[in-house]
Design a protein around this ligand. Structure first.
Ligand code: NAD
Length: 317
């Protein structure tokens, strides 16, 4: 249970990746300012988190079951918290989906929206009314650079994050009237199970329904480029956790928080040309005409920077 003066922070999807590191970093806060409720669908997957939490487990960190896709699970979890009091809600749980649209069943696409979009809304609907009543609270949504700029073959994942961005743009204005803050965290590539799962799954996939030319562009051109980019520019889950902690601790938290400054020009390019042509054609040339050049430059960048590029990219401020 939280001690007086401690902020209650509830995080979704803490069994791995970014959520796990966020939970540990906040629970290990030197001034013990947070009581973290780290949630996951299945407590059988708690071991990695418990090990990383060390002696904070049972003190500044507790565990709870929560499936963002289930009304009942969300309700039960929030009802189990003393006075249903959550100061900071971090919506981190999410799933990825990549591949030619023709080869993805609609049911799989719906699962992405059920988790990445409706899952977040389900959480917000349960926690927000109490925050509004108390005239205080902070809702954080882990979006993505792909919530601002689409990336080829990530059509449905990007759409789910775009949907979230639009939802949050609307809600942030209303919440300001109730002294409740809403912040988006927008990471670029991050090395987590997310990426590993995606690559394993994609390599095995037959892509039924997609023509051989499209499958070739996806597997032989897109996938290697994407791996290069993850290798060279990918941040660590700790980078994202650090950025999120800064957002929680800021006196006036920003609404948008790109964690990787290297992506700022990509987003700027989109808004620099209202016809959208600049972005579409730049991405086209990068993928189809400059594939080899991109591989060479990204590899060179990786060796030249020896990883320091990655550590320099933790934004904001
Ligand atoms: P991850 O797969 O390690 O973590 C996602 C977590 O969400 C997992 O622990 C998973 O079990 C959990 N989850 C999935 N469905 C759930 C559900 N229905 N209920 C509760 N938990 C559920 O991947 P990650 O990279 O740590 O992803 C965390 C967030 O970061 C996601 O929202 C993702 O979209 C976002 N993101 C990731 C990257 C990246 O490159 N890894 C980049 C940008 C944004």
């Amino acid at each position: 249970m939280a001690s007086p003066g401690q902020k209650v922070v509830l995080i979704t999807g803490c069994s791995s990746g970014i959520g796990l590191r966020m939970a540990v970093m906040l629970a290990k806060d030197e001034q013990k300012r947070y009581h973290v409720i780290a949630t996951m669908r299945d407590l059988k997957r708690k071991d990695k988190l418990v090990e990383a939490a060390g002696d904070t487990y049972g003190k500044t960190l507790s565990l709870a079951v929560l499936d963002v896709c289930s009304d009942e699970s969300v309700k039960q979890c929030i009802n189990s918290i003393k006075d249903r009091h959550v100061d900071v809600l971090i919506n981190n749980a999410g799933i990825g989906l990549v591949g030619p649209v023709e080869s993805i069943p609609i049911e799989e696409m719906k699962k992405v929206f059920e988790t990445n979009f409706f899952g977040v809304i389900r959480m917000i609907k349960e926690v927000m009314p109490d925050m509004k009543k108390r005239r205080g609270g902070h809702i954080i949504v882990v979006s993505s650079v792909m919530g601002l700029q689409g990336v080829v073959f990530n059509d449905v994942y990007a759409a789910s994050k775009f949907a979230m961005e639009g939802f949050c743009e609307c809600l942030a204005v209303q919440l300001l009237k109730f002294n409740v803050t809403l912040s988006l965290i927008e990471p670029g590539p991050v090395h987590t199970e997310f990426e590993v799962k995606m690559i394993q799954e994609v390599r095995q996939r037959e892509c039924p329904g997609a023509d051989p030319e499209t499958v070739h562009y996806f597997k032989d051109i897109y996938l290697p480029s994407s791996l290069d980019i993850f290798e060279a520019l990918g941040q660590t889950p700790d980078d994202i956790a650090k950025c999120t902690k800064k957002v929680i601790e800021a006196s006036r938290p920003r609404f948008r928080n790109l964690t990787n400054r290297l992506y700022t020009p990509i987003v700027a390019m989109k808004y620099a040309d209202e016809t959208g042509g600049l972005s579409v054609h730049t991405f086209y040339h990068m993928l189809f005409n400059m594939g080899t050049l991109m591989h060479i430059s990204v590899t060179a960048m990786k060796y030249l920077t020896c990883g320091c590029l990655r550590s320099r990219t933790v934004s904001p401020n």
